[in-house]
Design a protein. Structure first.
Length: 293
């Protein structure tokens, strides 16, 4: 099953002394780009956390936010900043004098001002204590994220399968039209050469050679054969699933190149119209696979 690159996952795991919450969001990106935010208590575990994330997700812009709260033990120490409180008082009194009003700030009001009361962050936890809990929470959140990416990927796979079939039908129409178009061009080539030569003597052997060379330059059978090979590979990738977005994107570029060559060589209205329709299907596929992992 293919996966989408957009999704969300969340998990919370509690240990004896603390609980860990993890939220993971992912969006489209050409490569794997991880933004990881850890609390200070888990500062020494970033490398391990990144390795764990890479085991679950291969592509996309991933934002992972981790928070922790103590469940037991002493609360984080509070710090009172008297200098900051004094600045608030001085500013309020100066403002009161400027506007002619008496300023009577209360202690409760001062304690509510930003920077007056701060809570210290806990010290980093020992790895042997913190990592099992963090790894469990990360694994659960990433599992939730991957599950949602797979659900969206299932719908995406159905859409891509339908577009594949529509493109394959256009290529089949081009393959059926190509022999008649080539015969028609060969006939026109002969007639054009005869018209240009007029009453001059005509070397039938040379004429056949020139027509054959010209017909070879306008023959699109090789391009159509490669298109069918690419379509078979595209179908196989859809059925295999996994992180196939880059491979699908490469195939679309190759198919687009073959369709463009077919359109430029065709010299036939019906083939040109079929090639144009094929390019429309390819563009729709290209848009969809931008969201495939």
């Amino acid at each position: 099953m293919i996966r989408s690159m957009t999704g969300f996952g969340r998990a919370e795991v509690a240990a004896a002394a603390f609980a860990v919450s993890v939220e993971a969001r992912s969006l489209n990106h050409r490569h794997l780009d991880i933004s990881l935010r850890l609390p200070r208590a888990f500062a020494g575990l970033e490398s391990e956390a990144r390795r764990l994330i890479q085991e679950h997700v291969q592509r996309g812009r991933l934002d992972v936010s981790v928070s922790a709260k103590p469940l037991a033990g002493p609360a984080s120490p509070l710090t009172l900043d008297a200098a900051v409180a004094r600045q608030y008082l001085d500013q309020v009194r100066a403002l009161g004098e400027a506007v002619g009003l008496a300023a009577r700030p209360t202690l409760e009001w001062l304690l509510e001002r930003p920077g007056v009361v701060t809570s210290g962050e806990p010290e980093p936890l020992p790895a042997e204590t913190a990592w099992p809990v963090l790894a469990d929470a990360l694994t659960r959140a990433l599992g939730d994220l991957v599950g949602r990416r797979e659900t969206e990927g299932e719908a995406l796979g159905k859409e891509l399968s339908a577009l594949h079939d529509a493109l394959a039908a256009e290529v089949e129409r081009m393959a059926r039209r190509a022999p008649a178009a080539l015969a028609q061009r060969t006939t026109r080539g002969r007639e054009r050469i005869r018209t240009l030569l007029g009453e001059l003597p005509l070397d039938e052997g040379r004429l056949a050679m020139e027509v054959a060379v010209w017909a070879d330059k306008t023959d699109v059978s090789e391009e159509l054969a490669r298109l069918n090979a690419h379509l078979r590979q595209f179908r196989a990738l859809l059925e295999d699933g996994g992180p196939v977005g880059k491979a699908l994107d490469f195939l679309i570029q190759e198919m687009n190149r073959e369709v463009n060559t077919t359109a430029s060589k065709a010299n036939d209205l019906e083939l040109s119209q079929l090639a144009l329709a094929s390019k429309g299907h390819l563009e729709k596929i290209r848009e969809q696979i931008q969201n495939v992992e």
